[in-house]
Design a protein around this ligand. Structure first.
Ligand code: MG
Length: 306
């Protein structure tokens, strides 16, 4: 599970005064990585490239004022979530209101006071960290720690259009624990939850190529997005998962297909075209999964329709 919280903080300073930049860099240097720009235009480019959590933005700059820069940063989806702190030599109620209306979260006046600057920046870095933690929680399934279906829906939409642009195969696997209801009924729900977590972790561990994503799709059903993957490779992946889950040797005396917990996998792959939809891909994997179950479970079946 990758953790953004442990990533280094990113701070951008936009100020036309080199003296100011030097001073701010010295005050903030141990708080994270720092980039700086002496014009609004260069600052916006750096913000898009590095997506800093906090931007210190000078109000009084030639060509483009801090207010204009702020407005542009807030209009762009790559940069709009950054916390923007204005820095200005003017300290009046009006300029403070103007800054907040432009989308800034805070306001520091020159001459710069070292503890004040640090405290304000630290506060915003914490706000950003908490926001990231909330986003992560919102994307995760509470029981298994895998991504949830909401996140899957977002990612499959992104990957589908990306593969459409690139003209590459996108693979999908639907994974279902065999006779899971019987397991729950026979061993109780607590053991059922443990079984779900163990299978989920095994699937996550074995799904590790860059860009691959596993999510909990429903009760005992999981889904894997397999970028740049043909049907043949998706089948190999499915067979590998079946083997790995079988290797866990979780006893399942109520299963009719094995003495241990097993999975059925349906895989599909397609090069998204103008006429194909995400639904087509999911339905194809779903039909393959259905056939895997009908054929006796504990196996992978590849779709013949997508
Ligand atoms: Mg200035």
């Amino acid at each position: 599970m990758n953790s953004l919280a442990e990533e280094q903080s990113r701070i951008l300073i936009i100020d036309d005064s080199v003296t100011s930049i030097r001073l701010l860099s010295a005050i903030l240097k141990d708080l994270g990585r720092i980039w700086f720009a002496t014009s609004g235009e260069a600052g916006i480019a750096l913000a898009r490239e590095h997506q800093p959590q906090v931007i210190l933005l000078d109000v009084e700059m030639p060509l483009m004022s801090g207010y204009e820069v702020c407005k542009l940063l807030k209009e762009n989806s790559d940069t709009r979530d950054a916390s923007i702190i204005f820095i200005t030599a003017r300290s009046s109620m009006e300029s403070e209101i103007q800054a907040l209306e432009a989308g800034a979260v805070d306001f520091i006046t020159k001459p710069l006071n070292q503890p004040v600057v640090r405290a304000r920046v630290c506060t915003q870095l914490n706000v950003q960290r908490q926001a990231q933690a909330l986003i992560r929680l919102a994307n995760r399934d509470g029981l298994t720690g895998l991504f949830n279906r909401r996140y899957f829906n977002e990612m499959i939409a992104l990957e589908f259009s990306r593969h459409q642009r690139q003209g590459h195969f996108l693979g999908l696997a639907l994974i279902d624990i065999d006779h899971f209801k019987a397991f729950n009924d026979g061993y109780g729900h607590l053991n059922g939850d443990t079984c779900l977590s163990m299978v989920a972790q095994t699937i996550a561990l074995e799904t590790k190529r860059p860009g691959e994503i596993v999510a909990r799709y429903g009760g005992e059903e999981f889904v894997a997005i397999l970028p740049h993957t043909t049907l043949e490779d998706a089948s190999k992946y499915g067979a590998w998962l079946c083997e790995k889950v079988d290797d866990l040797k979780i006893p399942h005396q109520f299963s009719s297909c094995a003495s241990v917990v097993t999975i059925s996998v349906g895989v599909a792959a397609l090069v998204p075209s103008e006429n194909s939809t995400i639904r087509d891909l999911i339905n194809a994997a779903d039909q393959a999964l259905y056939r895997a179950k009908a054929a006796g479970r504990n196996r992978v079946v590849a779709s013949d329709s997508a």
